[in-house]
Design a protein around this ligand. Structure first.
Ligand code: ZN
Length: 120
């Protein structure tokens, strides 16, 4: 396995954290069972709840700023602008979810934590 920065970078880009040659994902979030190039066990990494948690934690910081400004009366986005911001927030969540899932799979592959180790 490469170093932490390379592993995380490859995971964030959706490439195999071990070799960087093949994609992690088969579609939007479905993970290939193993890397097509180096046979890294990508599908055995238990990246279950961590990616959505991290994605929401990051993206909701952006929303929190607007909520505070709205309740303080500093910013009133109006109906259409609020709808547009909501759509952008959903898009940001979807992008962040894919990025964090790749990064979490990279971390789990780096530390060698497989699903079978969690199941006992
Ligand atoms: Zn690989």
């Amino acid at each position: 396995m490469p170093g932490w920065a390379v592993t995380l970078g490859r995971g964030l880009r959706g490439r195999c954290p071990r070799c960087g040659c093949a994609p992690i994902f088969d579609g939007y979030l479905k993970v290939h069972p193993q890397c097509a190039h180096c046979a890294a066990p990508l599908g055995e990494m238990p990246a279950d709840d961590a990616p959505p948690y991290i994605a929401m934690l990051v993206v909701l910081q952006i929303l929190a700023v607007f909520v505070v400004l709205f309740y303080k009366g500093i910013y009133d986005p109006g109906f259409f602008m609020a709808g547009l911001m909501l759509l952008l927030l959903v898009a940001a969540c979807m992008v962040a979810l894919r990025l964090t899932k790749g990064a979490v799979i990279g971390i789990l592959l780096k530390v060698g934590l497989k699903r079978e180790a969690l199941d006992g």
